[in-house]
Design a binder for this molecule. Structure first.
Ligand code: DX5
Ligand code: ZN
Length: 232
């Protein structure tokens, strides 16, 4: 995985057909997804349950791009090796998931993955100030985690602060929650490069009728690229 700040669209399979993950993953990649975002929830850190390492391992052969695994679980450390074995490329843990996020990020890298750190909407940018050299991605949650289809919370000031803190470091800023063609320009202009979108990508389509996924991905990408002057 080489680093760049071009806009990347990462559909969240939380909005896919749960009985058909393999075909859904192939459909979004065929339709232009840059990464595949996988939301792991434990019914404890967030009030919802999704899937664990065996499911993530089953997704792996279908993902040709980058498997971006977002852990909304606590604790994290006992599961790091299992997600490495499942084939995660990026493993993101929440700064709020426990007292030792610094150690967690070190352990994720030691297990051979890129390390991400996620911030809930109420958590300030400064909470990651001492983690910048240990992380490859900062995920700014623009909804309270747990469910797809929620309303975007405007945290562009936090994104701008993080972008300034990161400086020249090869650290992605990812936005997760309520991303649409209307909200993508706000966060892209503030410095985000990875846009997670669940409902806004999967709406109107299916694995059998995947063209709407492509239209939806293009609409988000073009809105973000226009806002940052990257649109060619
Ligand atoms: C929320 C998840 C998100 C979610 C986004 O807890 O982390 O990845 O799927 O869904 P939308 O794009 O519908 O807000
Ligand atoms: Zn997510």
């Amino acid at each position: 995985m080489s680093f760049d700040r071009s806009i990347k669209i990462a559909p969240s399979i939380l909005s896919a057909d749960f009985a058909d993950f393999g075909r859904e993953i192939r459909a979004i990649e065929d339709q232009g997804a840059d990464w595949v975002h996988v939301d792991v929830m434990d019914g404890h850190f967030v009030p919802n349950l999704t899937f664990g390492p065996p499911a993530v391992k089953a997704f792996r052969p279908h993902v040709k791009t980058v498997m971006d695994v977002h852990l909304m679980i606590a604790p994290v450390d006992p599961y790091i090796d299992a997600f490495a074995e499942a084939g995660a490329d990026i493993l993101t843990a929440h700064v709020e998931a426990g007292p030792h996020i610094h150690r967690t990020l070190q352990a994720i890298r030691a297990a051979g993955m890129k390390a991400g750190v996620a911030l809930n909407p109420g958590t300030p940018a400064e909470s990651v100030a001492h983690l910048l050299d240990l992380t490859d991605l900062i995920c700014v949650m623009t909804v309270n985690p747990g469910f797809g289809g929620q309303k975007f919370i405007d945290l562009t000031d936090k994104v701008r602060s993080l972008r300034a803190m990161i400086g020249d470091r090869p650290v992605h800023i990812e936005i997760d929650g309520g991303v649409t063609p209307d909200t993508a320009p706000l966060v892209a202009r503030a410095g985000a490069d990875v846009l997670v979108a669940g409902s806004a990508v999967f709406k109107g389509g299916s694995a059998d009728n995947a063209a709407p996924y492509g239209d939806n991905i293009r609409a988000i990408r073009e809105a973000a690229e226009l806002a940052t002057g990257q649109f060619a």
